[in-house]
Design a protein around this ligand. Structure first.
Ligand SMILES: [Zn+2]
Length: 291
């Protein structure tokens, strides 16, 4: 068994500003260094007493199409791209100070967060990162959409995503598979943007959601391709779903060692897998308790 890597934090502070795709509200995110074993903690500096919300699956609350956390009266929304950036860069300990509940949508990807975090510098800490090693097959979901964790071959974690929007849409069927290191994440996953069909965007607008968000801010597909935008990768949608999955798996609070295969899985199923893995002791090894 490979020795767990050292924990990491950032060397200074870094900020990202923008507006939330759902709420349209301006927001400033400031990343700050944190001590070893603290994990990722959101801090709502706009609320009295600056309440803290640990980025752990036990604080997750169900919201459509995004990942949200709530701890007592305070919450944060649409955190998955921030969590993917931190998880993808192996930044384990960080305070994320925010002055609104919803994270900035930026260009729909994790790249603005990655660039800010890289700008602050990444530093190793003394303590080792806890890991949870998948010891047996675990599968959740149904025939339509599912996610599974399997033991890793050769101790290398692998992530697969199968996207299926049907053959009669421009998104169609796509598969993406990769190991994840910070360099791979920066290059192949971080730039990949969130996406939807034109009909889904119109439905959200009719619900009063996303009025400030323009088609150029993400990938909105009509019958021919993205509206007023160009894909950064041919399979950008599948890559983005994998990015979302990494952000959700980061709510484990420890490294998950295994092969993770998702078929049309979304935030809810991803979180259920994390809950099952973190809660499971039989057949898994944890170098240090994750709780
Ligand atoms: Zn996403």
């Amino acid at each position: 068994m490979e020795t767990p890597r050292r924990q990491r934090t950032i060397g200074g502070t870094a900020a990202v500003t923008g507006f939330g795709f759902w709420s349209g509200r301006d927001v400033r995110v400031e990343f700050r260094p944190a001590e070893a074993d603290q994990g990722i903690v959101f801090v709502r500096c706009d609320l009295p007493g600056c309440p803290r919300i640990p980025a752990r699956v036990e604080h997750r609350v169900e919201q459509p199409r995004r990942t949200s956390l709530r701890c007592q009266a305070a919450g944060v929304d649409m955190i998955e791209h921030v969590m993917a950036a931190l998880g993808g860069l192996w930044i384990d300990n960080c305070e994320v100070w925010v002055d609104q509940s919803e994270m900035p949508g930026c260009d729909g990807s994790a790249l603005p967060f990655v660039e800010a975090l890289d700008g602050a510098g990444i530093v190793e800490q003394e303590a080792r990162r806890p890991q949870r090693v998948v010891g047996r097959l675990l599968r959740l979901g149904d025939g339509q959409s599912w996610i599974e964790a399997r033991p890793a071959a050769g101790n290398q974690s692998l992530f697969h995503y199968h996207l299926d929007y049907g053959q009669d849409t421009p998104i169609g069927r796509q598969t993406y598979q990769t190991a994840v290191t910070p360099d791979i994440f920066r290059r192949d996953l971080a730039p990949c943007r969130t996406f939807m069909l034109k009909g889904e965007a119109e439905w959200l607008l009719a619900q009063g959601i996303g009025h400030r968000t323009r088609a150029q801010d993400l990938l909105v597909y009509n019958g021919h391709g993205p509206i007023e935008n160009r894909e950064r990768f041919r399979d950008e949608c599948a890559r983005h779903k994998l990015l979302d999955m990494l952000g959700d798996l980061a709510l484990a609070g420890c490294d998950l060692v295994g092969q993770f295969v998702a078929h049309r899985s979304g935030h809810r199923l991803n979180a259920e897998l994390v809950r099952a893995l973190v809660g499971e002791s039989e057949g898994t090894t944890c170098w240090k308790r994750c709780a």
